[in-house]
Design a protein around this ligand. Structure first.
Ligand code: AMP
Ligand code: MN
Ligand code: MN
Ligand code: MN
Length: 283
């Protein structure tokens, strides 16, 4: 089962990706994906379109989202898979999580103005596909297109990460709430790209311990921003904590993403794929 080409992490114009759900589905299928999930940030507005497009392209589908969480002062992303997209508590939790993004974006714009970059809010809005979902990525695209930086990586490094002039701290959902919304709606919660967080070993242990205690079921092992050594490391973490493993490219855009849909190595064979836990949720 783990040789299945599953890609359970990517973004559309409904959050900070540049392709529509339909274009992503076509691209995933062309790259050999057999089981797909669209996981827009804090948003499930693209789910019905994505499921229909998956089926039109001969793929199986799991519902998906990537929830922004604050855990001991840092942002952590929790992927939800296979939940009921009509579940009222899930829908309300995501709406609440999205709710602060507009004011945050205006604060980011004010902070960038102080650093001499004027009109960033209006500039970022030109790249936004969903008015409820303005993200740092949209600011990054604007700063590249307006010539301030050469690529989005440079924007994040110079302006949009902690301690940099355009960074505005934000309080997202709690870990417990995010896991509860997903699991109460029949889905599995998965820690996204664990190697990307700047936790100490003790803090990371606390993240996995609390996640598991709240009912979390999986961890992304093979993902676009992990190295081969990190596949091994988090495969071991999955076994240590009794978690299933997930695989997802985190694809955002043909021009910005290094990893295309469906092109990552398979999960290491000894791990339990998260989609085995979700067999009755696959559409
Ligand atoms: P936000 O949810 O508004 O805080 O934006 C987070 C998004 O910014 C992530 O999902 C990535 O798409 C993007 N991002 C974060 N860090 C970087 C980086 N160093 N380079 C490029 N994109 C990044
Ligand atoms: Mn993103
Ligand atoms: Mn993420
Ligand atoms: Mn993502």
């Amino acid at each position: 089962m783990s040789i299945l080409n599953a890609d359970l992490h990517c973004h559309s114009v409904v959050s900070d990706g540049t392709l529509t759900p339909e274009a992503l589905a076509a691209r995933a299928a062309a790259n050999g994906v057999e089981l797909w999930a669209l996981t827009d940030h804090d948003e499930i507005g693209g789910q019905h379109r994505a499921a229909a497009a998956a089926h039109a392209n001969g793929m199986k589908y799991l519902t998906g989202t990537e929830i922004s969480v604050t855990f001991i002062g840092q942002t952590v992303h929790i992927i939800g898979l296979g939940f009921d997209p009509d579940d009222p508590q899930m829908r309300q939790g995501l709406a609440d999580t999205r709710g602060g993004r507009g004011a945050r974006a205006m604060e980011m714009s004010d902070a960038l103005a102080q650093a001499g970059i004027l009109g960033a809010y209006e500039g970022a809005l030109r790249y936004v596909g969903n008015p409820e979902l303005i993200s740092r990525t949209h600011f990054a695209r604007h700063l590249v297109e307006s010539g301030v930086c050469k690529d989005t990586n440079e924007v994040f490094r110079r302006f949009l990460t902690e301690g940099k002039p355009g960074f505005v701290p934000h309080r997202w959902a709690s870990l417990q709430d995010a896991v509860r919304w997903i699991t109460a709606a029949g889905g599995a919660a998965v820690i996204a790209h664990p190697a990307r967080y700047k936790f100490s070993a003790n803090e990371e242990y606390a993240l996995f311990t609390e996640f598991k205690a709240h009912g979390g079921q999986g961890v992304e092992v093979v993902t676009g921003s992990h190295t081969t050594a990190e596949y091994v490391k988090y495969g071991e973490t999955a076994r240590e904590f009794g978690l299933a493993a997930s695989r997802g490219s985190d694809f955002h855009s043909p021009t910005e993403s290094h990893t295309d849909l469906g092109r990552l190595p398979c999960l290491p064979g000894e791990l339990t794929p998260v989609w085995e836990l979700l067999a009755n949720r696959i559409q």
